[in-house]
Design a protein around this ligand. Structure first.
Ligand SMILES: CC(C)(COP(=O)(O)OP(=O)(O)OC[C@H]1O[C@@H](n2cnc3c(N)ncnc32)[C@H](O)[C@@H]1OP(=O)(O)O)[C@@H](O)C(=O)NCCC(=O)NCCS
Length: 338
């Protein structure tokens, strides 16, 4: 049977930075220290006005090619985004041409948020073990900043823009590759409206310029991102611990067997609660949020890339990945580095 490996990850952060100082200037009721201590985030990167998901994904992918990945080996593109360039065509087709990739390859977008990287490696593994592809270019790219109302301090503090490019391959080499194990998934569509951009799709076509709503820590209209923070918090706090147990069972491993836990980097406050509920020791729980914030589907590949650079992941490491959020959707897997 074919196996699938995470072989290489690169990522791109846009140039402009939104720091806690910037946010505190426009929202003096939240000090620089208060934002940092609540969220664990000091700054986020924001896409330029004329910079979109495809542009960022292309920049991340080009970093992979500059690092030695052979362009001609790519035989499938998967792009995870909720801020595509167009409704149609699929943005992955545009990316194929702009990257100068072969034409005899597959390419498609899929719409998921914070669980997107997990589903992406799940789909990539499926393509590889079924013999449909050998080298999948998994791209995650999101410009949530374009959805967020300028006066929505709650979402502004949490989310940053970014893209990541991951090569998922049937090939084990080079130096350290992560064999992708068995997955557990979780979906609860009943909570779909707790993290939503209401207008923009067909259901509310031709409705625009909607009225503004004001809550305690946000202002928005129906074209903006809306998040019910406490509902997302509860979804995560209640559903992620049993999901982690299920991931361990599927892979026939115990909590103690895991060397590193890399969860979706939502915010430090929520991650700390989830970590404790899962009985994960602090030193095995990887956090990488400070300089980029919650970059939606790119948080896990960014964290994996940084963990490898800092040697928190090395040959032999067993790493449990778990993503959760908008949908509401979650999923996880264990990756064993060899
Ligand atoms: C958003 C979230 C951080 C808010 O936390 P909370 O404790 O429920 O927030 P509350 O509104 O009850 O406020 C509690 C305190 O934290 C402060 N606070 C809340 N959000 C803050 C933020 N982003 N930055 C700074 N302070 C914040 C409030 O001002 C309040 O301060 P006070 O006690 O001095 O009055 C929390 O609900 C959460 O983590 N939700 C999950 C959201 C998420 O990460 N989604 C990403 C997709 S997975």
């Amino acid at each position: 049977m074919h196996k699938a490996y995470i072989q290489h990850i690169e990522y791109y952060l846009p140039e402009a930075i939104l720091s806690n100082e910037h946010i505190a200037q426009s929202h003096p009721e939240w000090s620089v220290d208060k934002i940092a201590s609540k969220t664990g985030i000091f700054e986020r990167h924001i896409a330029a006005e004329d910079e979109f998901s495809s542009d960022m994904a292309i920049k991340a992918a080009n970093k992979l090619f500059e690092a030695g990945v052979d362009k001609d080996s790519i035989d499938y593109i998967l792009l995870c985004t909720q801020s595509p360039d167009y409704f149609l065509p699929t943005t992955a087709c545009i990316i194929q041409e702009k990257l100068g990739l072969r034409k005899n390859i597959g390419a498609l977008d899929f719409n998921l948020g914070c669980s997107g990287f997990i589903y992406g490696i799940g789909l990539a593994k499926g393509l590889i073990v079924s013999g449909q592809a050998k080298n999948v270019l998994l791209l995650t790219s999101e410009t949530y900043s374009k959805f967020i109302h300028q006066k929505d301090k709650s979402n502004k503090t949490l989310f940053g823009d970014a893209a990541a490019a991951t090569l998922v391959s049937s090939n084990e080499s080079p130096a350290v590759a992560g064999e992708i194990g068995d997955f557990s998934y979780f979906t609860d569509g009943a909570g779909y409206d707790n993290l939503i951009v209401t207008y923009g799709g067909m259901r509310h076509k031709n409705k625009e310029g909607a009225d503004e709503f004001e809550g305690e820590s946000f202002v928005r209209n129906n074209e903006n991102l809306y998040m019910n923070g406490s509902a997302i918090f509860n979804f995560t706090a209640f559903n992620i611990p049993p999901l982690v147990t299920s991931i361990l069972e599927k892979n026939k491993l115990a909590l103690d067997d895991i060397d590193l836990f890399v969860f979706h980097q939502a915010n430090e406050y929520m991650l700390d609660v989830v970590r404790k509920r899962c009985n994960i020791p602090k030193e095995k729980f990887y956090i990488y949020l400070k300089n980029c914030g919650n970059t939606v589907s790119s948080t896990i590949p960014i964290a994996l890339s940084e963990a490898a650079k800092s040697h928190s992941i090395k040959k032999g490491s067993k790493v449990l990945l778990c993503g959760f959020g908008v949908g509401l959707s979650a999923g996880g897997v264990i990756v064993q580095y060899c």
